[in-house]
Design a protein around this ligand. Structure first.
Ligand code: ADP
Ligand code: MG
Length: 758
């Protein structure tokens, strides 16, 4: 029996999935595998685990496991379910790569999909679980896809053992054919239960024109108009990245300032609704109620004009004018003026944001204000923000793109898919009819691809292949992938793993060897097994496996942690809203550059380049107690530093379990490496990144201008450059090894250190 509070109980009863509880539980009891589809917000993530718990699926020796593709969701959903069920975090817990609160008492466990994959390596049958729920399967994240493939085999194995495991796949869309029409995956097609979304109608308004580049500016103008002209209700804006989110937040806060202390005096306080009405009448604009349009059948113009309930307070003489909820495209000169009578409570939301700041979006905004959340893609399906009535969708998403062969990656802002656009629009209709403003034309929308491609077809797969080989899946090509990765990506991964020594090399050379590698059937080597135990990319795992000599492990662990977490330093090259801010950013950047030169060390240490900077930064931060203050003063990203600290702890524990005599611990007062150690560290780095060596172009004066200061790599025909943020940017050593190549305006190497041919 679950003891829920009356408010929670009332909120639950409103969720569409509650009506389906019996159908769902019967399907689960009669079938080993069940697929549940339901709109975001219908209650899948929060309620299905509770149904299972109440039906007795959890016990002291059987956990209900739920996987999420995003860490944000794993953490916040475990907290929400614990709260709804009135149970402690010892019982409803979470585990993500760096942390968790799982105990012996845990019966409902939320985790990222990568965590469950690691558990399969230790216990292929997942014997401690009675039920595994794969959530957000529509996102088609790489680990989710692999888990579904693996579980399709684990479920029958558990059946044979007489210890049945239930598998539930949950998706926000009905597009599940890759799972259902796939005989190799599930020989018996699992039943699909569709939860009827009690979605309120959302009117979709397309821009007449699509802004060429300034979609942030267009977002700003649209939010201003909504806030000035439309009835109360939260606004959710979709942008593509953290810098954009912050810039828009600042601009909006400036336009509609909100003083926290102003709201203390209740008498003086006017509701935002009243203020708005007052302003409205002053501006002689009218408020209209919302036309009803089904999301599946939306149109550019609001239909059902006759249904509109005209606001009695508006002046009749403007009733015939064309003020409509479309709000129009483009500029309006009054937008930038600061207006403190209309406070807007602006919150950012993106995955790198600190968890306590992320949690703010779930709370009600301060009285008298309107909530406006400026978010990246995280708000598309994994989190449901309460009270959103208006969605502003820029139609773009920032994604990391990889070259299948070279692994060169770039962040690109591209149009979203139609499916994503519809998900985004749906966020507006959770609690009442809503509106979605698309900052692009309906013609542009029609050109969007219908769905985005599964992640597994888009990125290098060496980490995945190593994990699979560690599970003794030798012929990767025969694995029941929901959608298989491209053959060339599989071959590139196999070749890299052979080069790293993680797979046993075929006993021949030349063409034949290549052919064999192309068949993708090399078994894992003993070194590969050790590498697979480290929760980092195979290249970095190799570095760790080599670092026992010269007492280099603590340094290698720190460097690998820093390279894995990425983005240690704050980004100060961002657009500022005022001159004052520009000056502040400049000061902070100068300070960071100065610190980086110090962290880069002296003498031979400097040859470790950017990796020495990482080591020095982590060392200095830990020495100072890894405080937020230290990070803010020195341009370090606090959240990254905390993650590095956790990953160092985790890698240290793993090393100790692999070699029991290592006796390692995380030393907060780690001394800088000696000269000999620094030299050895460079060799270790080279062993993991052997194919990432670049040579300064010779006789560049003979080449054309684009080769100025350039490097040549084995993989690419085009010139590559040391990134301006590198401490080696000005030195231009003859040979370098790089962590990765990122393509922006040019091909840039990041994480660079010096190689000296011996
Ligand atoms: P689904 O998984 O189908 O998208 P969820 O189970 O995540 O749906 O959400 C169901 C409801 O629970 C939503 O209306 C959402 O607003 C609410 N909810 C989820 N998390 C929280 C939270 N942390 N605080 C308040 N409400 C929440
Ligand atoms: Mg969900």
């Amino acid at each position: 029996p679950v003891d829920r509070s009356p408010e929670i109980q009332e909120a639950r009863l409103k969720l569409p999935i509650l009506a389906e509880e019996q159908v769902i539980m019967e399907a689960i009891s009669e079938n080993p595998i069940v697929i549940i589809c339901g709109e975001t917000g219908s209650g899948k993530t929060t309620q299905v685990p509770q149904f299972l718990y109440e039906a007795g699926y959890a016990s002291s020796n059987g956990t209900i496991g739920i996987t999420e593709p995003r860490r944000v969701a794993a953490v916040s959903m475990s907290q929400r379910v614990a709260k709804e069920m009135n149970l402690s975090h010892r019982v409803v817990s979470y585990q993500i790569r760096y942390e968790g609160n799982v105990t012996d008492e845990t019966q409902i466990k939320f985790m990222t999909d990568g965590v469950l994959l690691k558990e399969i390596q230790k216990d292929f049958l997942l014997s401690k679980y009675k039920v595994v729920i794969i959530d957000e399967a529509h996102e088609r994240s790489m680990y989710t896809d692999i888990l579904i493939g693996l579980l399709s085999r684990i479920v029958p194995l558990r059946e044979k053992k007489g210890l049945p495991l239930k598998l539930i796949i949950m998706s926000a869309t009905l597009r599940v054919e890759d799972f259902t029409d796939n005989n190799r995956l599930f020989s018996v097609t699992p039943p699909v239960i569709q939860v009827d979304a009690r979605q309120f109608p959302v009117t979709v308004h397309f821009n007449k024109k699509t802004p060429l580049d300034d979609y942030s500016g267009e977002c700003f103008r649209k939010v201003c108009k909504i806030h000035r002209m439309l009835p109360s209700g939260g606004i959710l804006v979709f942008l593509t990245g953290q810098a954009e989110v912050h810039a828009l937040c600042r601009r909006l806060r400036k336009a509609f300032p909100f003083q926290k202390n102003n709201t203390a005096d209740d008498d003086k306080e006017e509701s935002v609704e009243e203020i708005r009405k007052f302003k409205k009448s002053r501006k002689r604009k009218k408020v209209m109620t919302l036309p009803k349009i089904d999301l599946d059948n939306y149109s550019v113009v609001p239909v059902d004009e006759g249904d509109e309930d005209r606001d009695a307070e508006t002046d009749d003489d403007i009733a015939g004018s064309d003020i409509d909820l479309d709000l129009g495209d483009g500029d309006s000169e009054e937008d930038e003026k600061s207006d403190s009578s209309l406070p807007l409570y602006v919150l950012p939301l993106y995955s790198l944001l600190a968890p306590e700041k992320q949690a703010k979006v779930f709370r009600a905004p301060p009285p008298g204000t309107r909530l406006c959340v400026v978010a990246t893609n995280v708000a598309e399906t994994s989190l449901t923000i309460p009270g959103i009535k208006y969605v502003v969708d820029c139609g773009k998403v920032k994604k990391r793109f990889y070259d299948k062969i070279t692994g060169v990656s770039s962040f690109r802002v591209t149009w979203i898919s139609q499916a994503s656009a519809n998900q985004r629009a749906g966020r507006a209709g959770r609690t009442e009819p809503g509106h979605c403003y698309r900052l692009y034309s309906s013609a542009v929308f029609m050109d969007f691809e219908k769905f985005s491609a599964p992640e597994i077809t888009k990125r290098p797969v060496e980490d995945l292949i190593l994990q699979m080989k560690a599970l003794n899946i030798e012929k990767v090509i025969n694995f029941p992938f929901p959608t298989p990765p491209p053959a060339e990506a599989l071959a590139a991964a196999e070749e890299l793993l052979i080069a790293l020594g993680a797979l046993k090399e075929p006993p021949m050379t030349g063409r034949l060897k290549q052919q064999l590698a192309a068949k993708l059937s090399c078994p894992i080597s003993p070194l590969g097994r050790i590498m697979a135990t480290f929760p980092v990319a195979p290249r970095y795992a190799k570095m760790l496996a080599l670092s026992r000599q010269h007492d280099c492990l603590p340094y290698a662990i720190t460097i690998v942690s820093a390279m894995t977490v990425r983005e240690l330093f704050e980004e100060f090259d961002r657009p500022a809203v005022s001159e004052e801010e520009t000056a502040k950013l400049k000061g902070k950047k100068a300070r960071l550059l100065q610190m980086q030169r110090i962290w880069a060390g002296q003498g031979p240490m400097q040859k470790l380049g950017d990796l020495m900077v990482m080591l020095g930064a982590v060392g200095a931060c830990e020495y100072a107690g890894c405080t937020r203050k230290f990070c803010e003063e020195n341009g370090l990203r606090y959240k990254a530093m905390l993650e590095i600290r956790r990953l160092r702890g985790q890698l240290t524990t793993t090393v100790n379990s692999v070699c029991t005599d290592a006796g390692l611990y995380v030393d907060p007062k780690m001394k800088p490496p000696t000269e000999a150690q620094a030299t050895y560290l460079r060799q270790i780095v080279l062993a993991g990144l052997g194919d990432h060596v670049a040579r300064r172009v010779q006789a560049e004066e003979l080449l054309d201008d684009k080769w100025k200061n350039a490097y040549k790599t084995a993989l690419l025909d085009d010139p590559v450059f040391i990134h301006p943020s590198s401490v080696l940017f000005k030195q231009l050593p003859e040979f370098v090894v790089y962590q990765e190549i990122l393509e922006t305006t040019k091909l840039y190497m990041k994480g660079v250190s010096v190689v000296e041919p011996e």
